[in-house]
Design a protein around this ligand. Structure first.
Ligand SMILES: NC(=O)C1=CN([C@@H]2O[C@H](COP(=O)(O)OP(=O)(O)OC[C@H]3O[C@@H](n4cnc5c(N)ncnc54)[C@H](OP(=O)(O)O)[C@@H]3O)[C@@H](O)[C@H]2O)C=CC1
Ligand SMILES: CC(C)(CO)C(=O)C(=O)O
Length: 300
């Protein structure tokens, strides 16, 4: 299969690298520091189970999506519209686009700009770019993709490449469950710059997290979303599995980057407003992260 990855970062390099390693023609589209290193040395796939330089195409030019049957769309939720507009003129009419992103509305936002079929996807992986062209995998790697005519075939192709992939008729519910995890952990870890194992035992923190979850569940229910399981149980369980983890929002702020908070607690706040569901705790966490971002932008 001819595959292009839009956004050669931590998620795009992991999945693109795994598919290239399995023999697929993969082109990574990303920033010069990664593209130059990958062209020179190959992509270093440094995973929990193997370490290997994988040879694949890499480009800084978005027209490299031309000819791809499958696009893995892996930019941050803040970059969805810009990246969509850049790749739109170069896409094959029959190309299929998978959104490998956090946040629940990326596929909808992308579909509003593209005529190609866009497939919402949930990503369960922990990866980072440890350096130029160096993908570090910390664990997991499963995907859940929405049901389309092509989904079973894609799931089979991915599974053969070592990517366990489930086809689901409730991807939106699964994306919401991930969103609730993000709403409960990301801002608290970002504001305090603490790992989950130190955030959760903090005084009154469990109450804050329970309030966040209750607000998110109320918004999801008002919006007709079917959550797959008990959200609080899922949230409460995460800290045991990754006590030393800092949220991606904490990592973004620590690097002086804009975070995805608009698409996490900010999304729940806006959705709550439109549905008449109060979300005071999500609003407070959102406002605090935005203040930190604004302070950093002024200092820069
Ligand atoms: N990393 C993880 O373990 C997980 C991440 N996710 C989600 O996956 C999504 C991707 O995250 P992640 O891979 O970590 O993010 P990264 O920032 O590592 O990767 C995105 C890359 O795309 C680049 N990029 C953005 N716009 C363009 C463009 N127009 N053309 C070319 N390159 C572009 C970015 O460059 P620049 O930074 O210079 O803009 C960056 O290098 C997010 O929604 C995240 O929340 C979900 C589960 C786990
Ligand atoms: C699941 C969680 C909360 C793990 O860190 C995450 O997705 C993030 O940090 O953005």
């Amino acid at each position: 299969m001819n595959i292009a990855v839009m956004g050669a970062g931590a998620v795009g390099c992991y999945y693109g690298g795994m598919l290239a390693r399995a023999g697929h023609a993969v082109t990574l589209i990303g920033r010069p520091q990664h593209v130059e290193a990958i062209r020179r040395d190959g992509l270093l796939l440094d995973t929990r189970t193997f370490r290997q330089h994988v040879r694949l195409e890499a480009s800084t030019e978005v027209n490299a999506v031309r000819g791809a049957d499958l696009i893995l769309f892996c930019v941050k939720s803040t970059d969805t519209e810009i990246a969509a507009d850049e790749m739109k003129p170069h896409l094959k009419p029959q190309a299929l686009v998978l959104t490998l992103q956090n946040g629940v509305d990326n596929a909808e936002r992308l579909q509003a700009r593209l005529s190609q079929v866009v497939v919402p996807t949930v990503v369960y992986v922990a990866t980072e770019m440890a350096g130029p062209g160096h993908l570090k995998h910390h664990g997991r790697g499963e995907l859940v993709i929405a049901t389309t005519a092509a989904s079973e075939g894609i799931a089979k192709t991915f599974a053969e490449a070592g990517i366990p992939t489930q086809v689901s008729d409730n991807v939106i519910g699964a994306l919401w469950m991930k969103l609730i995890l993000n709403c409960a952990y990301n801002a608290l870890s970002a504001i305090t710059q603490l790992p989950y194992g130190r955030v959760v035992p903090g005084e009154s923190v469990e109450g804050v997290m329970r309030d966040v979850v209750q607000e998110c569940v109320a918004v999801a229910q008002a919006g007709g979303v079917r959550l797959p399981g008990d959200a609080w149980q899922v949230v409460a369980g995460l800290v045991q599995t990754m006590p030393t983890q800092y949220s991606s929002t904490a990592q973004d702020l620590a690097r002086g980057k804009r975070s995805e908070i608009d698409h996490l607690n900010g999304y729940v706040m806006r959705k709550g407003e439109s549905l008449g569901v109060p979300t005071p705790v999500n609003r407070t966490l959102f406002a605090l992260v935005k203040l930190i971002e604004a302070r950093q932008a002024t200092a820069a």
